[in-house]
Design a protein. Sequence first.
Length: 577
Amino acid sequence: MPDDAGRTFDKNKLPSRHVTEGAEHAPHRSYYYAMGLSEEQIHQPFVGVATCWNEAAPCNIALSRQAQSVKVGVDGCGGTPREFTTITVTDGIAMGHQGMKSSLVSREVIADSVELTMRGHSYDALVGLAGCDKSLPGMMMVMLRLNVPSVFMYGGTILPGRFKGRDVTVVDVFEGVGQHAAGNMSDEDLHELECVACPSAGSCGGQFTANTMACVSEAIGLALPGSAGAPAPYESRDEYAKASGEAVMALLAENLRPRDIVTRAALENAAKVVAATGGSTNAGLHLPAMAHEAGIEFTLDDVARIFKETPYIADLKPGGRYVAKDLFDVGGVPIVIKTLLDAGILDGDCLTVTGKTLAENHAGLTFPADQDVVRPASNPITPTGGVVGLKGSLAPDGAIVKVAGMDTLTFQGPARCFDCEEDAFTAVVEDRIKEGEVIIIRYEGPRGGPGMREMLSTTAALYGRGLGDKVALITDGRFSGATRGFCIGHVGPEAALGGPIGLIKDGDIIRIDAEAGTLDVDLNAEELAARREAWSPRKTDYQSGALWKYAEQVGPAHKGAVTHPGGAAETHMYADI
């Protein structure tokens, strides 16, 4: 029957026909009657409402509430919502210990588990809600993999804490650990800071990975305009959730799918918004992974090229002064998109989940002049992006660094090598790192970790020790979006594959030039070849279980650290079963 908008849906063309239509599916229908569905609801389109709700951290705690509003929107437009949850690993809690090895792996598990739930129950469309760093790309990846009509919605940022008259985030607590170790913060102050830094539900408050990927969701067209902005506790999030449920039903009626939206031009738009906001280096990992699901070749090289061409305009932490709530207060992600559109930097012809183009969505918006959170693209903070790609003899496959807020973009010094993060962290807190050194943390890549850990505990401790701008740090692992300073991640090939980062020794001279985009070790090719000949692979302690399985399957970081062949290898598409 038609919904309130006069739309009708032909179940005989939808995946859910395999569980609801015809006499042979009477057993399947009996289960739906058991859950209280009416005959009418059984014969409507089935919409999966997937969340990463759990009690692990504030990032995800509000998602269940928001899912109920999505279901209201779906139901009001002639759909039957089916809510389900998947896992998250919350980086703030996993950080600084072996638990962080699970973080990037969770991105794949989220995508895989949502895929299996959708496939197993033959759902016709998807609304995905996510709150923490890896759950955002994981949820968007599976939308592209399944290619059923889909809408993404971010669960919202946390409100800033207040400490001694200033706004603070969880990063201030991580840096407080270093200050405490250096004797510059008392036990009492550290305790007070940890008690006030995170005052509400929501994801970490700066332009860290969660808020970066939330910006991506709007820029790439998978989320409703403005939906990324409101903090998690705000009731306006529930209105966006309801609207997301309504939007997915319109997409289903028009058969407008994620791969119609996420084109190469849309991926480039997303990378430009990351650069313009000084976003997380993790976008250099997640955008290629999302492209991979759609069968599009889009690597770290592509991301780095775009970063180099895009002005940096949003003065957001960790490199700047403001938090995500401040961006929301002046207009949110749409004002970033608006000024980039007006400057001709974004492709406004890309389709979005509204059914309109990016340009059409933002046509009536006026860029606010009475604020300094976001500058107009014509008057940027710096003319090139807040994130930079690097290549050279130390990183033949590339590396990435966030330069937003940095004054000096070159560094040279002797290597100080560590084969795991814990050893480096201990050296920092025990004051065994010297000014001018280049800290190398290796065997932390996707395969070698396994799991490509983030290094926020170490980088924050360096700042707490007062060394943040006096040393550089290079790893084949990753950095939190909250990391600041000369911290270079995603170095490839990784040490576990015999990459140059695994061959250097203490005292080797490392040369970094983020202006030229180079990362080199002062060794000739003959010396590197001799060291590689003497090198042998290392085994990790993870020889069974999920981390072993991940290490066996995962590809290189510059291609997104993906674990399957992707859309280009498909022989069928779920949406068309």
